[in-house]
Design a protein around this ligand. Structure first.
Ligand SMILES: *[C@@H]1O[C@H](CO)[C@@H](O)[C@H](O)[C@H]1NC(C)=O
Length: 204
């Protein structure tokens, strides 16, 4: 009898733990509302302890050939963003969960998507810039550059983005923060970096 009870308690403990593990914390906007999949958000980025303290936003720029690249822009020129988690049936956005990030469609490069993608294919000095042309979903080796995660970062409503995909366990990846790199032409580009941007989300 005791053994049965013990087994029951253990089973309960394990199942509640796996339940917790299955549901990381929900990401919230600055009014405390849960971020929803596929809904447009205004976002502000800043680096509190650096010269990029004042908030900026993110936009698109045609720095080379299509697709467009993700750049840091002043607050009036930012574009809306939406998030699509790996399990898109789940309507809410959670921390530590693989997700795709996209801008609204853009006519400048009509044949390319505005889905974020990490690109290190033709860049110098080991920079990993965030560009577009990615795909939504289809997790695996082929799409490894398309997956980002949101993590909590220093205080309520503050988050950072990391490139730390879990979609392909065999393509091991060191976790990197999403921050800024100024390229050789002076463009402030979104890129993987040691110093993360602090992200705040506002319902559009
Ligand atoms: C479209 O892309 C251009 C860069 O070529 C950018 O300046 C503009 O803000 C974008 N517009 C929208 C609505 O995405």
């Amino acid at each position: 009898m005791k053994t049965a009870l013990l087994a029951f308690v253990l089973a309960l403990a394990f199942s509640s733990q796996s339940l917790l593990e299955a549901s990381p914390e929900q990401v919230v906007d600055t009014s405390g509302k849960v971020l929803r999949a596929g809904v447009n958000y205004n976002i502000l980025v800043s680096m509190p302890y650096t010269s990029c303290r004042s908030p900026q936003r993110l936009g698109l720029s045609k720095l080379g050939k299509c697709p467009l690249d993700v750049v840091v822009v002043n607050i009036d020129h930012g574009l809306l963003l939406r998030f699509i988690p790996i399990n898109s049936k789940k309507g809410v956005i959670r921390v530590s969960t693989d997700l795709n990030i996209m801008f609204p469609p853009n006519v400048t490069c009509p044949h390319h998507s505005t889905v974020w993608r990490v690109d290190n294919s033709h860049v110098s000095k080991g920079n990993w810039f965030v560009t577009t042309g990615g795909v939504v979903g289809n997790p695996g080796r082929e799409t490894i550059g398309n997956w980002f995660k949101i993590e909590k970062y220093e205080g309520a409503y503050n988050y950072k983005l990391v490139y730390c995909p879990s979609v392909c366990p065999s393509c091991k990846h060191e976790c990197k923060n999403v921050g800024m790199v100024v390229d050789e032409n002076g463009n402030q580009r979104l890129a993987l970096s040691y110093v993360p941007f602090q992200f705040r989300f506002y319902k559009a």
